[in-house]
Every structure is written in C-alpha cells, then in structure tokens.
Design a protein around this ligand. Structure first.
Ligand code: GLN
Length: 304
C-alpha cells in the first residue's frame, strides 16, 4: 500500500470539512488560530514518515498532553496510580464536575481534566519541575528541540481556569491531591500549553504502538502491559463523551485536545497525528475525526 497516495485521497475527501466546526475560544490565544489548517502525519515503526497538509506547523496540544503525562506517571510509579484515578469512560464533558462528588473525589479516568490533575499531582511527587521534565522528554521523543510551552497560552489558561480550579479544590477537599492546588493547576496548564506539530506528536506517540519502547530513542518507558493499558484507555476515554462514537467511526485508540489535535495509534504498525482546529460540540477536531475515519476505512486497517 502506498501511504502517500492514501493520505492524498484522505486530504481530498476531507476538504469540505476543513474549517467547519468551532475553534476553541475559551482563551483568546486559541481563538486566533486559523480554522482552515489541516495536517495528517504517519510515523511507521520502521521510521518511515508520511504527511499531508500542515504537518510541521506547531499547535497547542492541550489534552493530548494527558497521554504523555500518563506515560511518565505510569512508567515511573506503576499500579499504585490507580488508587487515585479510575479507568472508566465518563460519558460526560471533559471538564465536568458532577461525577466527582459521587465518587469521593476519585476521577473516572486520567484523560478528563480531573483525572489529569491527579496524574499531574503524582508527577509533582516525582519531579521538582514536571513541566520541564515533560518538555525535555517530548523533545527527545520527537527528535525536535523546538517543543516548548507557549507562555501566553499557559497564562491565559490560568486566567480562565476557574473550572479546573474548582475540580482541583474539590479533589483536595477529598484528600486526593497532595501538592498545593496552585502548583497542580499551574503544572497542568503548562502541559496543556505545550506546542508541537503533527509530525512531532506522531513520533512522541510511537512508543504506544511499539509495546512501550520508543522507536525514536530505543528506550522503554512502559511495560508491554502498560502500553496496552494506555491504548485501551485512549480507545474508551480518549475523546471524552464521544469515545463510543470515535471507536465506532475510527476504530483506533486516540487522544484529542481542544487545540484540534488527535493522536492515534495502530499497535505494532504506526502512530498518527491529525490536526485541524475546528471542533465538534464535544471538543474533538471535526475534520480530524473525519480524516481518521476515512484513513481506517480506505486502508482497511484498524484494531478491529
Ligand atoms: N486546557 C483545556 C482545559 O483544561 C484542555 C481541555 C482539552 O483539550 N479537552 O479545559
């Protein structure tokens, strides 16, 4: 199969959807991103890369960072992290508060905001500066020195972060955060504000398709079983309250962010990243989901 031809067809077919949907506007720095952008990049485990569109343009990775934070926390701390965060889809919006009270401050999964705040708290117990640690890790794993935190986006997240602050304070009141709430929030906002391109994200995610071992650096960050666990969580929880629809349409583990990026993996074959800033009502890239659906349909490759 010629992946480049396939990507060109996907790009052509998805064109009517590019620019549709709503660009995230909860902070001004994201509202300015042009809606017409689109990129799709594949990173095969043998090192081959294929791309179409704006594959090298950096964007705000937002909740895609939640996968990498989980890789670092699970890889370093193992099973114990599950004492403080669950593994069930929430069926609710990513920043929802409702389930936390019923579940005594234990978030449903690590890919909604509350769960990512708990993972951030675990990382604060491991590293003096988890954001610097994560950025350095992403630079190595994407073989790109330009990966960085966008200071304007991070400041804006903080200025408009009341909902996340509510989640964090509630969990603190339940005893499910160790570090000071302000530290947890600032670190979480920094992670959301990291800028990367489709190519860089596809590379950094390749370990998830390779049983936890990075094909870029050769280092093992997860056991085979942990890589399976994270991919399973991406499938069931990676696109919030649209995870069922995403699994139905795309058939791959994926993790989205409100910057319009989606990282997906095809175990033992490749990682892929799509970006287009227009979002559907659940906060997933509208053209991005379309493109991934077409990719798996036309290629016949999915996990099913
Ligand atoms: N910064 C966003 C928030 O915390 C990230 C959400 C997302 O990408 N779904 O609300």
């Amino acid at each position: 199969m010629d992946y480049q031809d396939l990507l060109d067809v996907v790009h052509q077919e998805v064109r009517p959807h590019i620019g549709k949907g709503r660009v995230a506007d909860y902070i001004p720095a994201l509202a300015r991103v042009p809606a017409e952008r689109f990129g799709l990049c594949l990173h095969l485990l043998d090192g081959r890369e294929y791309g179409v569109g704006d594959v090298d343009e950096a964007f705000s990775i937002q909740s895609v960072s939640k996968v990498f934070a989980l890789v670092l926390a699970l890889g370093a701390l193992g099973e114990q992290i599950w004492q403080r965060v669950g593994r069930e889809p929430s069926g609710n919006p990513f920043n929802s508060l409702v389930q936390l009270e019923y579940e005594h401050g234990i978030p449903r999964n690590p890919f909604i905001n509350a769960g990512a705040l708990v993972i951030t708290d675990w990382l604060l117990g491991l590293h003096a500066d988890p954001s610097a640690e994560l950025v350095a890790w992403l630079r190595r794993e994407s073989a790109s020195a330009r990966v960085a935190i966008d200071a304007e986006v991070a400041a804006s997240e903080r200025a408009h972060g009341d909902r996340n602050a509510a989640l964090a304070h509630f969990m603190k009141s339940c005893g499910n955060l160790q570090a000071p709430v302000e530290r947890v929030l600032q670190t979480y906002f920094d992670h959301c504000a990291i800028r990367m391109s489709c190519r860089e994200l596809a590379r950094a995610g390749a370990l998830l398709a390779n049983h936890g071992r990075s094909p870029i650096t050769g280092e093992s960050w997860l056991t085979r079983s942990q890589a399976k666990q994270i991919a399973a969580l991406m499938l069931t929880c990676g696109t919030y309250d649209a995870a069922g629809d995403f699994a139905f349409r795309v058939g791959l583990p994926g993790k989205s962010g409100v910057g319009g990026g989606i990282l997906a993996v095809i175990p033992q074959r490749m990682s892929l990243c799509v970006w287009s800033p227009g979002l559907d009502p659940r906060g997933n890239s509208l053209a991005g989901v379309e493109a991934l659906e077409r990719f798996t349909t036309l290629s016949g490759i999915s996990i099913f």
